[in-house]
Design a protein around this ligand. Sequence first.
Ligand code: BG6
Length: 462
Amino acid sequence: MKQDFFWGASSSAFQIEGAWNEDGKGKTVADYNAFKRSHLQADTKVASDFYHHYKEDIALMKELGLTAYRFSFSWARIIPDGDGEINSKGLDFYDAVVDELLKNGIEPLVTLYHFDLPYSLVERFNGWASRETVYAFERYAKICFAHFNGRVKYWQPHNEQNLMVRVDERMNIEENDPQKADELRFQMDYHMSLAHALAVNACHQMIPDAKIGAAISSTMTYPKSNKPHDVWAARMNDNFKSNYLIEMHVTGDYPQYYLNYLTQRNITILRFPEDKAILQQAKMDFLAVNYYRTLCAEYYPTDEQIGVRERGANEVDFHQRGYFKLLANENLKASEYGAQIDPMGLRLVLNDYYEKYRLPMIIMENGLGAVDVLEDGKIHDHYRIDYLQRHIEACQLAMEDGVMLFGYCPWSVIDLLSSHQGFKKRYGFVYVNRDDFDLKDLKRIKKDSFYWYQNFIQQSLS
Ligand code: BG6
């Protein structure tokens, strides 16, 4: 790999920071949802306590050999209610983190919003249902661009908008009628795209030497068989789960199949005439790809009108009559949490995105969630090493295919709170000594994968 390739690792604010209400931080949607489950698993209150350990953790990143760190700012730490007063202590914290990274030669790659909308925006405006939230996001983005100008050069407005909108609790959709829930969802998705575009435009105007791009939850769907309808079903699953949004970001409009679907579902999105120019102007500089697994689909016939979405194995994997139904791929092994492991799928999806969108890409998330066991002060996570090694090889092959990839940031830098499955499911290179209900000493312990990645980075850069 070239010297200017970023070897990084990832995290997000609500999953790593803790200090959920310290120094003026406001409550977020992520806090709200985690507290609802706190009798079952860890919540956001302490998480990995990065807020109080950031110096030690950045020292570990340096020792690991990272040249980049992908993390998010908590909007509610900087602006507690989302659109009001700026909390200077919130900015102080991110100043300290960014400066410590730069001091250690680690490039900060910042996401502005990773599943943690300030909860006050939900209480006052029903979150992304309203354009108030769009303008609040634009203001927050501009505050960050002005404040970190010259220090943060890589930005992502939202993390995985395409996945986030599928999960009711992340969007605060509390509508029982599935048709009404979807009407709200599609409007919210549009508003988030508009907010993304406003941030891209502001970034280009305010800090022309910075780069900004969307972080997509990539999907790669295989047809169950070579029947033409199954092939179409697989393609439509990718279209409805991810491609429609990349296309919106790239062209400033929805593809026709998406508009047709809205008509079939009798859903109207309210768009203002002036939005068009904003969306079309917003050209991303790169595409950030999050990749964990692949999917498999078969055609799902219907004699009736296209109905509401049906829940699949989980909320993100919905089925849609008239289009696709998801099922397991018998050629792949799954992780203990059910993610089908598929390095070749990464090579395929990178090639697919590069052919279609011609944007430089960076892997912002890729990793294996597992229950690690601490044995005599060590964690022998050979399964994670195997996963990462094979996915890095897939990146190398994709680059040989001609894909322009400029970095690899596996999830996650240290153990942190899973997005919805507590602290038992771990992804990090560093073990954080706590479990769901016992905070223990939060000691950082390097796993075998830490030494493996450290050695790998050293070799790649020498
Ligand atoms: C990604 C998210 O979709 O998947 C992360 O951006 C998340 O926030 C990661 O942690 C892994 O998912 P989970 O549910 O295992 O934590």
